[in-house]
Design a binder for this molecule. Structure first.
Ligand SMILES: [Zn+2]
Length: 41
C-alpha cells in the first residue's frame, strides 16, 4: 500500500512489482488522479 504523492489517495495494489538485486520496486498508478509513481524499498 502506498500513498499517491499527488493527491494523497491510498493505492492498495501496485500495477507492477519487480526486484533487482538491490531494490524491491513497486509501480503504482493512482486511479483517482492518474498519477504514476514508484516505490522502492
Ligand atoms: Zn492521486
Amino acid at each position: 500500500m502506498a500513498k499517491c504523492p499527488n493527491c494523497g489517495t491510498e493505492v492498495s495494489k501496485p500495477e507492477r512489482a519487480f526486484k533487482n538485486r538491490f531494490f524491491h520496486v513497486e509501480a503504482y498508478a493512482c486511479k483517482k488522479c492518474g498519477h504514476n509513481f514508484k516505490f522502492t524499498g
